[in-house]
Design a protein around this ligand. Structure first.
Ligand code: FAD
Ligand code: SF4
Length: 455
């Protein structure tokens, strides 16, 4: 896919990847073999009929392609941009065995962007109400999906969102240069056009409890609150000035527009030499954001090698092109401060890879050597975990691990009427897996309400 020049793009927040032209999209679609038993569909967590939508693009029927996609996925412009396709649909494409797999994500993005350019805004859809109310907590991809699917079945849906903007990680985590806000806005307008109401600034568990939602007449509650609490390394120096947790750093910039301080209220500390710890999408986003804030040198410090990095391939490539300095097999052991309590350096162990661990990836161990990186900012991007506010407010709710909600394969918790999905039930995962969970939960909620409240 075409992308903007790395030198220019690393100085602003405009979108990096430019998408396919219609000519390129049709040409790519023509490569598809239209397999009778398409492996790509098996690799898609929401099982989009991929050959069907690619066939429509091949026939220059882009609106038709979008109609096919929307039967399975109501956030195609987003998924086309952020899904780790190389591990999902594209990774299973039969053409990938010998040549290049079909660029399925780029084609999905093309169909959605074509529609955005060429059609008018969504008109409200008329749906016959079925008289039942369902509450959805959290407006990330899981919450938006469950809300849309249930609204289409006639349910009166209210999404309760703690922040002042809807979208979850899509708005506060993933930066504008990867996923422009207007795209998320458009997808949210589509959900609203189905009659879904969104109540912002509403922390369920504090502003109102789940018990109170049931008392207000909600027949079921879906919890899609994500996993937004920070994970730290517990090394000396983590409390120094200028050590950020990635979500806080990204929220300041993405949601609060800190790069435009003082025009906007929230500041962010700009640094010259930044070390970002981690190897996933969050680390790439933090590093590339720090670069755009004006850092002269940005390191990614990762304890394994590039082969084990969980980040999307495209983000890794883009980060390299922009000049991010990757320090593999490096594990921070101390952040060193100056006399005023500000970061001035980071001490790291050099690592070697040993036998695979429980995650299947080769386990890093200290080699006995260490080195020092001179940096004035450290951003921790080593993962997120469950936020306890809501889950601890529900008496008797079964949890697992670090406070994730235990659910069955359809998203039902141990408490009748309470369902959950997305990062709060799986731990930090992906946009499309959260949407898949939302879809399964919508079907289960529909079945639950029909059997508990027969007409
Ligand atoms: P979230 O998106 O976390 O949404 C949860 C929502 O619930 C939030 O809006 C939150 O404010 C709200 N909430 C929390 N508590 C309450 C409460 N008590 N009351 C009301 N509302 C509440 N995945 C990919 O597939 N590709 C990527 O490229 C990618 N990049 C990422 C980059 C970053 C920086 C991060 C942090 C994650 C990334 N992910 C990516 C992961 C992906 O974004 C998540 O897996 C996905 O958003 C999870 O969706 P969710 O609906 O479960 O939760
Ligand atoms: Fe087309 Fe590849 Fe899917 Fe076959 S596996 S239908 S070639 S995208």
């Amino acid at each position: 896919m075409r992308a903007r020049d790395p030198k220019k793009r690393s100085k602003d927040f405009k979108e990096v990847a430019l998408g396919l032209t219609e000519k390129q999209a049709v040409k790519e679609a023509k490569r598809c073999l239209q397999c009778k038993k398409p492996k790509c569909v098996e690799g898609c967590p929401v099982e989009i009929n991929i050959p069907a939508f690619i066939g429509k693009i091949r026939d220059t029927d882009s609106p038709g392609a979008l109609n096919v996609i929307r039967q399975y996925n109501m956030l195609p412009a987003i998924c086309g941009r952020v899904c780790p396709q190389e591990n999902q649909c594209q990774g299973r494409c039969i053409l990938g065995k010998k040549k290049t797999p079909i660029a399925i994500g780029a084609l999905e993005r093309f169909a959605a962007d074509y529609d955005a350019k060429n059609s008018s805004p969504e008109k409200p859809v008329q749906i016959k109400p079925n008289g039942h109310k369902v509450a959805v907590v959290g407006s990330g991809p899981a919450g938006l999906t469950v809300a849309a699917d249930l609204a289409k079945l006639g349910y009166e849906i209210t999404i309760f969102e703690a922040l002042h903007e809807a979208g979850g990680v899509l708005v506060y985590g993933i930066p504008e240069f990867r996923l422009p806000k207007k795209i998320i806005q458009r997808e949210i307008e589509y959900v609203k056009s189905l009659g879904v109401k969104i109540q912002l600034n509403w922390v369920v568990g504090r502003t109102q409890t789940v018990e109170e939602l049931f008392e207000e007449g909600y027949k079921a509650v879906f919890i899609g609150v994500g996993a937004g609490s920070p994970k730290y390394m517990s090394i000396p120096g983590e409390n120094l000035n200028n050590v950020y947790f990635a979500s806080e750093f990204l929220t300041r910039v993405n949601l609060m527009k800190a790069e435009q301080f003082p025009k906007y209220d929230t500041p962010v500390k700009k640094a010259k030499r930044v070390a970002v710890i981690g190897g996933g999408n969050v680390a790439m986003d933090s590093a590339r954001t720090a670069l755009r804030l004006g850092a002269e040198k940005v390191y990614i410090v990762y304890r394994r090698t590039e082969a084990e990095m969980p980040a999307r391939l495209e983000e890794l490539e883009h980060a390299k092109e922009e000049g991010i300095d990757f320090r593999y097999l490096s594990n921070p052991k101390e952040i060193i401060g100056d006399e005023r309590g500000y970061v001035k350096a980071m001490r790291c162990d050099k690592m070697v890879l040993c036998e695979p661990d429980a995650s299947g990836r080769r386990k890093p161990e200290c080699s006995g050597e260490e080195f020092i990186l001179e940096v004035d900012q450290v951003i921790m991007a080593i993962g997120q975990t469950s936020n306890p506010i809501l889950v601890r407010s529900i008496k008797g709710l079964n949890l697992w691990g670090a406070g994730y909600i235990e659910v069955d394969e359809n998203g039902a918790s141990n408490i009748p009427g309470i369902f959950a999905g997305g990062d709060i039930s799986t731990g930090a995962a992906t946009v499309i897996s959260a949407m898949g969970a939302g879809k399964r939960a919508a079907r289960a909620i529909h079945d639950y309400i029909r059997s508990s409240y027969p007409a």
